[in-house]
Design a binder for this molecule. Structure first.
Ligand code: SF4
Ligand code: SF4
Length: 335
């Protein structure tokens, strides 16, 4: 399979690699099957996070015996040196490995985050120590705020950057990815399928891979997604005018403010599964599932009407979605 260089790390990785966020939604058995299938198919780069609940643990259980076959990336929301050192050791233990190829600072959202990690007692200092000790090999940064990521890259402290890029949200191509490329910083594309909501997956992935320095990490939690996603790398063809128009129409129908199912807004103190609320609502309103969705919604323990508008979720949503307002709409339509 084709490999692409992940910038200055020199890691040669498959352009369609494995995003392990959705693995947290699988049973352990399902996670094992999908991870094994990904490695069997030749995918050689797995990206996860401390914050993806048991994703690291599942990788440790089902992929550690094949550690030499793939590069491993994870990330931590820690902002201080002390917390980051602890998270690195936890990641090593969970994933049953003695080194991690890429450790990233996770989700730099506001200026204070960046200032905290870059401070002398910040998370970056811990990553450098871990690198010197051989626990990690490269240091990266991730986020959704392109301006802050640009600022971070200009410090020349990072080997990779991970940001969203897809047919709906193309802002990373304005400055961030070109800057990274010019500095030989590897570019990892999160949310290539808009959290699974872009239906023309093959077109959406080809749209990204037309940029020959980008590596996409679509989230995968079902074995059949692997062959489907990898098919676009065989006999790669740029999008035709008709395909571009089709993808553009889909992007416009979806709009920029949809929930990507990343789950960063959780936990809700009322126990509301926020992304599931929005998925159900989308399916109810947009796809007309007027019987199936109310039936499934009725089975949820905490419904949108349980929202007390505390706003905690909104401080964590990287897309700044007006969750409280939308929760009211879900409650009005579904109860
Ligand atoms: S605003 Fe509502 S949905 Fe958000 S965390 Fe508070 S109770 Fe949960
Ligand atoms: S509401 Fe925001 S944080 Fe929560 S899953 Fe959706 S996009 Fe992610």
């Amino acid at each position: 399979m084709e490999k692409r260089s992940l910038g200055r790390t020199g890691l040669m990785v498959t352009p369609i690699s494995f995003g392990a966020l959705p693995v947290q939604r699988c049973t352990f058995g399902e996670a094992g099957a999908v991870l094994q299938a990904a490695l069997d198919a030749g995918i050689n780069f797995i990206d996860t996070a401390r914050a993806y609940t048991d994703s690291e643990e599942k990788i440790g259980r089902y992929a550690a015996s094949r550690r030499k076959e793939f590069y491993l990336a994870t990330k931590s929301l820690a902002r201080t040196r002390e917390a980051m050192l602890m998270d690195i050791d936890t990641s090593l233990q969970m994933m049953r490995t003695d080194y991690i190829d890429l450790y990233q600072i996770h989700n730099i959202k506001v200026e204070q985050d960046l200032n905290a990690v870059m401070a002398p007692s910040g998370a970056l200092a811990a990553l450098k120590e871990a690198k010197a000790a051989g626990k990690i090999r490269h240091i990266g940064i991730t986020g959704h705020n392109f301006g802050l990521l640009v600022q971070a890259l200009k410090s020349n402290q990072f080997d990779t950057v991970q940001a969203p890029f897809n047919c709906v949200e193309q802002g990373a191509l304005t400055e961030l990815f070109p800057l990274a490329r010019s500095m030989d910083i590897g570019c990892i594309v999160m949310k290539p399928l808009g959290g699974g909501l872009i239906e023309s997956a093959d077109l959406a992935l080809r749209f990204i891979l037309e940029n020959d320095y980008l590596v996409a990490i679509p989230g995968m939690d079902r074995v059949e997604q692997i062959a489907a996603n990898l098919s676009v790398t065989r006999d790669f063809q740029p999008l035709s005018a008709a395909e571009k128009a089709k993808l553009k129409a889909e992007a416009e129908a979806l709009g920029p403010n949809f929930c990507r199912r990343c789950g960063y807004c959780l936990p809700c103190p009322q126990g509301i599964d926020i992304p599931t609320m929005f998925i159900f609502h989308l399916q109810y309103v947009k796809y007309g599932l007027k019987t199936a969705i109310p039936d499934r919604y009725a089975g949820l323990k905490a419904k949108a009407s349980a929202c007390v508008e505390c706003g905690e979720c909104e401080t964590r949503c990287p897309y700044n979605l007006p969750i409280r307002q939308r929760m009211k709409q879900v409650a009005a339509d579904l109860g």
